[in-house]
Design a protein around this ligand. Sequence first.
Ligand code: IPE
Ligand code: IPE
Ligand code: MG
Length: 257
Amino acid sequence: MKDLSDIFPAPPADIDLAQLDVARIPQHVAVIMDGNGRWAKARALNRLRGHKAGIEAVRETIRCANDLGVRYLTIYSFSTENWKRPEDEVVGLMNLFAKTMLAEVDELHEEGVRVMTIGDLSPLPAETREAFQAAWEQTRHNQGMTLVVAVNYGGRAEIVQAANDFMREAAAVAAAGGEPPVLTEELLARHLATAGIPDPEMLIRTSGEQRLSNFLLWQVAYAELVCSDVLWPDFDRYEFLRCLLDYQGRDRRFGAL
Ligand code: IPE
Ligand code: IPE
Ligand code: MG
């Protein structure tokens, strides 16, 4: 890991860098990046300008998480419900995803980041789908942090798909004359899009909202929810650090005493 003072060269007065326990950095951080629209509205700008401004916050969060040794960073970029937004915003977001992925992938690759997606890419415009697929192809053998981009992702849809996959397998076993397996938590988890990825220890949501909005419903069963009042385009490494300090101050009991 880099030196903390290199990762955080100028901490604001409210932050004591010495409080951060580098041995307790979460392995997996999930982020609901919210507030782009309100950020734009406050500046009398089009909502898409807010999404564009949010890209810089994504860049900074990826770099900071990677520098700190976070193994998985999952970012909620487009939900299964976001199709309900006006067409120009949806189209603008899809174009922004494609453009950003193409522009960023080489640098991510150099940093050893592995880029994958969760969610159903099939309804996406071809350009956007192909940009994500190309990023996966280019970076899939990297050993650094895994960046999981949740796009057209919904937690309920993911669980239903996992259950259907399991039932199909069980039916095939039965059809071959075998004893069909009984569904367990472990088996269901193995059919989720996040199979093989440890559950997030911390879930950050920005913009002051305090809800899950259908994000990682299964995986966040015991995640610490950290709500930040900052609008996503204003999120930076120091706000990320505040979230980590908040997380490290929690008493994680997992039902025990
Ligand atoms: C989050 O910002 C980004 C996406 C959902 C793509 P919003 O667009 O939800 O911003 P607000 O909540 O309207 O401020
Ligand atoms: C959640 O934010 C989805 C993403 C961040 C991609 P929304 O802004 O869509 O969620 P709600 O509508 O406030 O629940
Ligand atoms: Mg929102």
